[in-house]
Design a protein. Structure first.
Length: 102
């Protein structure tokens, strides 16, 4: 099996597009990343915390990594997802939300 090239959801959405509001129907990796980032942003707003504070809460994840996830420049690995979910005490993975959209 060949290795897939990493998806950069913001690039898939197009330059200048609000990728968190984009329609990624048919592009499951990009939609998964969008829903994860949206849940992350929503929870950060709810708790009124910034990138640096969340990074410290999540065991030292860099603020630039969090920024990259939110801006759609990177997709987090499983370790990052686990640390963020544990720090926020909230499930961010969009599995249930993707199933509901079918």
């Amino acid at each position: 099996m060949s290795r897939r090239e990493a998806v950069k959801p913001a690039e898939v959405a197009g330059e200048g597009a609000d990728w968190l509001a984009a329609d990624f129907t048919g592009n499951v990796p990009a939609e998964y990343a969008r829903l994860f980032a949206k849940a992350l942003v929503d929870e950060m707003h709810r708790l009124d915390i910034g990138y640096r504070e969340l990074g410290k809460m999540a065991g030292g994840i860099s603020h630039s990594t969090i920024n990259g996830i939110i801006k759609g420049r990177t997709i987090p690995d499983l370790a990052t997802i686990a640390l963020l979910e544990k720090a926020l005490n909230k499930e961010l993975l969009p599995s249930q939300r993707l199933r509901k959209k079918r």
